[in-house]
Ligand binder design. Structure first.
Ligand SMILES: Cc1cc2nc3c(=O)[nH]c(=O)nc-3n(C[C@H](O)[C@H](O)[C@H](O)COP(=O)(O)OP(=O)(O)OC[C@H]3O[C@@H](n4cnc5c(N)ncnc54)[C@H](O)[C@@H]3O)c2cc1C
Length: 383
């Protein structure tokens, strides 16, 4: 019999499984409905031998030493300072908008003046959310805000969320900063990069432990039954189960969406292969004023792969998740109404203290890999 059952072999499930198996000596069953481990971090070579990220480009970045140390037990790294450019008309400009971008957009005298003003107002090195700049009383700063808003933020955000920016929660808007520095890196974290041989081998090593059994191609509902009553009871293969269950799947799905679906944005990934060395010369180009897709990733420039023939890119087309077969819920749409709906589902499991919700789906939140891992380590510690 297993001490713990974990639903999902993504970051949340795999990190938790390893810690419970190794440090707590628990016998762990990991149930995963896909035919692979790694969740959305999964990567594999495509038919041309180019290592691709099947569920969108993933760059590991963290400032948390313990998280970096944990993952480093299972992989070496290809570390770099991740940079993103935006295609605005015929130019490629660094994003988030920073002082280098400022000097590409305005002529020298004006850019020098604006730079001075930004540093004086917000301090060198600061990250200022675009909405904050828009609220400034200073004409010059508002002009920068307008440029960034119209050329970097507006159309991209509308495509990404299918909404007007005013309708988007401050949590999301806050993630689009203007950076008052010459640093072109997209993230400020100390460690940035990808596992040297890919995410999948890293997950395989993490899950390779005598106390862990991984069951692929299996929906948890094939093995687990939720019996509702005064408190939620879990049955494993029809028998009462008294161990801990860590659920990292979508909470509404667990209850057949009885109160309606939790809304998500999804993505349609269009992969294209070209028989040439380079397609765009950058890992990620955001399309902020044109096109229906939001960005193009060229994998070679992300993974540092040298031995592939040609190059593979992916274009991302956002759309509203409907729950139809094959669609994947990617980004929770965080607003009060959706949070209330989530809480209704959460109430259905809150009576059972051995049933834990963990992960971007089960908690209806956006988490980066490092925060997700940190939360998984904490939960395993608590168990
Ligand atoms: C497009 C995109 C790009 C991203 N890029 C980055 C990035 O660059 N850097 C970064 O730090 N983070 C990034 N993230 C976030 C990152 O993907 C998440 O932090 C991470 O995937 C969270 O892991 P998880 O285990 O919660 O979820 P998931 O990876 O989704 O894993 C959940 C697993 O549970 C399984 N499952 C669900 N329901 C069931 C069921 N009923 N039965 C069995 N199994 C089930 C699923 O198949 C899945 O494998 C990105 C996210 C997206 C959407």
């Amino acid at each position: 019999m297993y001490d713990c059952i974990i639903v999902g072999a993504g970051v949340a499930g795999a990190v938790c499984a390893r810690k419970l198996a190794e440090e707590k000596r628990k016998k762990v069953l990991v149930i995963e409905r896909r035919d692979h481990i790694g969740g959305n971090c999964y990567d594999e070579p495509d038919e041309f031998g180019v290592l691709i990220h099947n569920y969108g480009p993933h760059i590991f970045h963290t400032g948390m030493e313990e998280v970096f140390a944990f993952f480093s037990r299972f992989t070496e790294w290809y570390l770099f300072g991740h940079e993103v450019v935006a295609k605005v008309n015929d130019s490629l400009i660094p994003v988030p908008f920073n002082l280098n971008t400022l000097h590409m957009v305005y002529e020298k005298e004006k850019a020098d003046r604006l730079e001075k003003k930004l540093i004086e107002t917000y301090g060198e090195g600061s990250r200022v959310p675009i909405m904050k700049l828009r609220e400034s009383e200073d004409n010059d700063i508002r002009e920068i805000a307008r440029y960034v808003y119209e050329n970097v933020f507006l159309r991209y955000t509308m495509k990404q969320w299918g909404q007007k920016p005013e309708e988007i929660s401050p949590e999301v808007t806050g993630r689009v900063p203007v950076i008052i520095s010459r640093d072109n890196r997209y993230f400020a974290d100390k460690y940035q990069g990808v596992p040297k041989n890919g995410f999948t081998p890293m997950f395989a090593r993490m899950l390779d432990h005598e106390n862990i059994t991984v069951c692929l191609h299996t929906d948890c509902k094939d093995l687990l039954t939720m019996e509702e009553g005064e408190e939620l009871r879990i049955l494993y293969k029809g028998e009462p189960y008294h161990g801990d269950v860590i659920y990292t799947g979508a909470l509404d799905e667990l209850f057949d969406c009885r109160y309606g679906r939790l809304p998500y944005r999804s993505l349609d990934f269009q992969f294209e292969h070209y028989d040439k060395d380079s397609y765009q010369g950058h890992s990620v180009v955001n399309y902020t004023v044109s096109e229906e897709f939001t960005r193009i990733t060229e994998f070679k420039f992300l993974t540092g792969q040298k031995d592939a023939q040609g190059t593979t890119i992916v274009k991302e087309y956002p759309f509203s998740y409907t729950g139809a077969a094959g669609e994947i819920p990617y980004y929770a749409i965080l607003d009060k109404e959706n949070e209330a709906l989530y809480q209704k589902y959460k109430a259905l499991v809150s009576g059972n203290h051995k049933f834990h919700l963990l992960g971007r789906l089960a908690e209806y939140k956006y988490y980066n890999i490092d925060i997700m891992a940190k939360k998984a380590l904490e939960l395993a510690e608590q168990i």
